[in-house]
Design a protein around this ligand. Structure first.
Ligand code: NDP
Length: 295
């Protein structure tokens, strides 16, 4: 069997087009653009690329983009004051503080300060609580994007066995909550899980969010399973090259021989993350402005 490839890039492009359409209608109804603020502290090169890309795509979707770049030595008090100002600014519907923050800053305190109704990353304690309780709220972008790909491929997920490998706050835990809400039977595996291969073999749905290159082997995958590979790992450069290849957490070539469907890396879950961020900002804008979102 050769798995069909789940094209996250194409799905994300479609999602962005829908967001752009809805953003234009929002502007007409609310008399202002939906607004997304992104805060970057310091000079981390990867974060700079993400933030520039988020700002560009926000503007391309017809939303207002507010970029705040603060120096590496920003104090906790100054950063909290900026979050407070963005919370109070009615033109700002979504606030994203790019993580990781420089070491001297208390990340948890900063994230918790974001107004949960503007928490487009879905990382505040209230957003996590709402997700666990099944209440409406903003959901972390990468797991929500992974769920969209799964539902697009499989339709109803009810009763399926799902294994999530990884239990981070950013990916693994919210992913498990989302699958549970879809009536999957969910197992969450992590670094202390015994006999991971056996656990994975039971699963109709495998979501890998570990951060270890090609750790999940093809022989672990149940024939016909749907595999969502969240991992993004850069291998050491091959001879004569300056940059190594990007690979996921799943041994793609092997797994594609067994799985029913699989996301590639790059081009699978990766492109979904920013598209879902824009969607979250739009959802927040509608709620904040009291305008109905017609999907
Ligand atoms: P974390 O490092 O926060 O979490 C990794 C998880 O994997 C932990 O729960 C850890 O277990 C578990 N783990 C580590 N080693 C093993 C092992 N040998 N066997 C089983 N489980 C193991 O990573 P993130 O969740 O933030 O990210 C995971 C991957 O997803 C990374 O490659 C990251 O780059 C990628 N990512 C991709 C995004 C995208 O846009 N596509 C967005 C976010 C992340 P324990 O808790 O026991 O330590």
């Amino acid at each position: 069997m050769t798995a069909s490839v789940i094209d996250g890039k194409a799905f994300a492009a479609g999602l962005r087009a829908r967001v752009a359409d809805q953003a234009a209608r929002f502007e007409q109804a609310a008399g202002r653009k939906a607004g997304l603020a992104v805060v970057l502290v310091g000079e981390d090169p990867a974060s700079q690329v993400y933030v520039a890309s988020k700002a560009k795509q926000t503007a391309e979707c017809g939303m207002a983009s507010f970029e705040h770049r603060l120096p590496e030595d920003t104090t906790q008090a100054d950063l909290l004051a900026l979050v407070d100002a963005l919370n109070a600014n009615p033109a700002v519907d979504g606030i994203l503080v790019q993580l990781p923050l420089p070491r001297h800053l208390d990340e948890q305190q900063v994230v918790a300060r974001i107004d949960p109704d503007k928490d487009v990353d879905g990382l505040t304690p209230l957003s996590s609580g709402r997700l666990a309780l099944g209440q409406p709220g903003l959901v972390p972008c990468t797991p929500l994007g992974s769920l969209m790909l799964l539902k697009d491929r499989l339709g109803d997920l009810s009763g399926l066995d799902a294994v999530v490998i990884g239990r981070s706050i950013l990916v693994g835990k919210p992913m498990a909550q989302l699958l549970l809400a879809e009536n999957c039977t969910v197992t969450v595996a992590h670094s202390r899980t015994r006999d991971l291969a056996e656990v994975v073999r039971r699963a109709d749905i495998v979501v890998a969010a570990v951060g270890r290159p090609e750790m999940i082997k093809g022989s672990w995958i149940k024939p016909g399973a749907t595999v969502i590979d969240v991992g993004i790992n850069r291998l050491p450069p091959e001879e004569g090259k300056t940059k190594g290849r990007l690979v996921g957490d799943v041994a793609y070539a092997e797994a594609a021989e067994v799985a029913g469907a699989i996301t590639p890396v790059p081009g699978g879950v990766g492109p979904m993350t920013i598209a879902v961020l824009l969607r979250n900002a739009l959802v927040a804008a509608h709620r904040n402005a009291g305008v109905a979102l017609d999907d």
